[in-house]
Each structure stands twice: as structure tokens, then as C-alpha cells.
Design a binder for this molecule. Structure first.
Ligand code: AMP
Length: 279
């Protein structure tokens, strides 16, 4: 595995390999098994696997969150090497943003809900960096985790808008033994909080049973209720949406693809997860 910091070097190296297919996994580092599952699939399906590790400042709407975000470059390199990655692209902020990126993307209704609503500017920052990375890597396929469910929809829309000839592949959520969705932010939880955090996935799973005999509104209310017994939990949102349009549904029959998406604080740490009810 080679580590590259400059876009020009990255492009020259990829070109020199003269491969048929380039696969790409964008990450913000502090890598865990969730990321590595994407990397392994990318390695398997392509001649060359490129993984970027870059904490993108433009997608953080909270300065403290950006400062707190874990950074473990050496461990990341070891994990990527072991997973069979060919190129670890680890640019500086200056390399990715030599000047301010003033582009404003429009994602319509996809960005007015959930993460888009609660983290203003977040998806614009995501689109800025992912488009820059796509331009640098020019991959045939790019891999994203379903953990960031709304992000996958936004990226697919961006690819359509900008007419990138890139296939977007959504990969399943990888979980800790407790069921907690793996996340770089999990390392910011205390041991006690990490145990408590298992409740999130437990409630989502149980809610699929609850949903069989109850309405959408009742299910949303039930999920909210499960987190009211512990002051450390603070719900940002729980929404049950059409998995394609991301718009809230009123009735289970409104769509064949129904997903419940949660964002919840545990202490100061904001965690997200989702579950499929249908589709
Ligand atoms: P991040 O480093 O958080 O920006 O994540 C990089 C990529 O890894 C994104 O496409 C995420 O959706 C994906 N990812 C993060 N955590 C998981 C997980 N637990 N399971 C599957 N994919 C994940």
C-alpha cells in the first residue's frame, strides 16, 4: 500500500497502474470494522482500491465536533494495509481547499429533512468534498455505508446532477456485539455510555415488532418514549420515511421501502442509526 498526500501524485500513480477498474472509499479516518467492510468489498470488486482519509471541515456545522473528531492516522494505515487497500490518500486541508469552496449544491426535499434539517450546511460540505475526491480519483465505483442512510441518497443525487460515470454502492451497517452501529464517534463515549448506547439498536429492532400492530405515529411515539428514562439521552429526531424520497410517511402502505432514521445525543456525543421496516 502506498500513502499519497497530493492530488497530482494520486492521479499520476493511478494512471501509471493502467487498470480497468478503480474503486474508491471516502472516509474521515478513525477507521473501524464498518469502514473496513467497505474497503474489503472495494478490494474484491476492483483492480485498484483507493481509500481517502480526510476530516472534511466544511461538513461540520459544529466547531467543537470538528475539534473533538478522533484522528488516528497510524492505526488507519495499518488497518487499510491489512484490508488490502492499494492507495491511502491522506491529503491536508490546504491540498483539498487551496481556496474556499463557495459552491452551493441543491438537493431539494432530500436535504430539508433529518440530517439536512438538524445539521444545516452538512450535506453541502459532504457534496463539496466528495465531488473533489471523485474528480481526483475518477473511480468506476464508490462505496458508502448505509449507516449514513441520507448521505447515500444525497451522493446518488449529486452523481446524477454532475453526470459522474460512477456506480454508487451502498453497504450494510456493521455493528458492535451489543448491536450499536460502529462509528468513529463511539470512541468518544465512556465505557458506561457505550453500554447504554446499545439501547439505540435494541429499540430500533424492537420497534419493527411494535410496528406490526401499530400506526406510524404510534411507532414514532413508542421509540421516543424508550429514551425518556435516562437523562443522558436526548433525541434529535426519529423519523419514519420513504427510503427513496426520504419524506416522512403517514401510513405503512404509503411505500414499499420504509426506513426509520434516528439521531440521538448520548451526553455530548451525537449518534445516528437506522432500520428497515420494509424493503
Ligand atoms: P466516515 O468516516 O464516518 O465519514 O464514514 C466513511 C464511510 O464509512 C461512510 O460511507 C459511512 O457510511 C461508512 N460507515 C461508517 N460506519 C459504518 C458502519 N458501522 N457500517 C457500515 N458503513 C459505515
Amino acid at each position: 500500500m502506498i500513502i499519497i498526500e497530493k492530488i497530482a501524485d494520486l492521479q499520476a500513480y493511478i494512471k501509471s497502474k493502467q487498470v480497468k477498474s478503480v474503486g474508491f472509499v471516502p472516509t474521515m479516518g478513525a477507521l473501524h470494522e464498518g469502514h473496513i467492510s467497505l474497503v474489503k468489498q472495494c478490494v474484491q470488486e476492483n483492480d485498484l482500491c483507493v481509500v481517502s482519509v480526510f476530516v472534511n471541515p466544511t461538513q461540520f456545522n459544529d466547531k467543537n465536533d470538528l475539534e473533538r473528531y478522533p484522528r488516528t492516522p497510524e492505526a488507519d494505515q495499518a488497518l487499510l494495509r491489512a484490508a488490502g487497500c492499494d492507495i491511502a490518500f491522506m491529503p491536508s486541508v490546504q491540498e483539498m481547499y487551496p481556496e474556499e469552496d463557495t459552491r452551493q449544491f441543491q438537493f431539494g426535499a432530500l436535504e430539508t429533512v433529518m440530517e439536512g434539517k438538524y445539521r444545516p450546511g452538512h450535506f453541502n460540505g459532504v457534496a463539496q468534498i466528495v465531488s473533489k475526491l471523485f474528480d481526483a480519483v475518477l473511480p468506476n465505483k464508490a462505496y458508502f455505508g448505509e449507516k449514513d442512510f441520507q448521505q447515500v441518497a444525497i451522493i446518488r443525487d449529486m452523481v446524477k446532477q454532475l453526470q459522474y460515470p460512477i456506480e454508487i454502492i451502498a453497504c450494510p451497517i456493521i455493528r458492535e456485539e451489543s448491536g450499536l452501529a460502529r462509528s468513529s464517534r463511539n470512541t468518544l463515549l465512556t465505557d458506561e455510555q457505550r453500554k447504554k448506547a446499545a439501547l439505540i439498536a435494541q429499540v430500533l429492532t424492537k420497534s419493527t415488532t411494535f410496528a406490526t400492530n401499530n400506526t406510524v405515529a404510534e411507532t414514532i411515539q413508542w421509540v421516543n418514549q424508550q429514551f425518556t428514562h435516562d437523562d443522558e439521552f436526548r433525541m434529535d429526531y426519529y423519523e419514519i420515511v420513504d427510503g427513496n424520497t426520504l419524506q416522512p410517511i403517514d401510513n405503512w402502505n404509503d411505500s414499499d421501502f420504509v426506513v426509520g432514521c434516528i439521531a440521538i445525543y448520548l451526553g455530548k456525543i451525537r449518534l445516528i442509526d437506522n432500520i428497515h421496516y420494509k424493503g
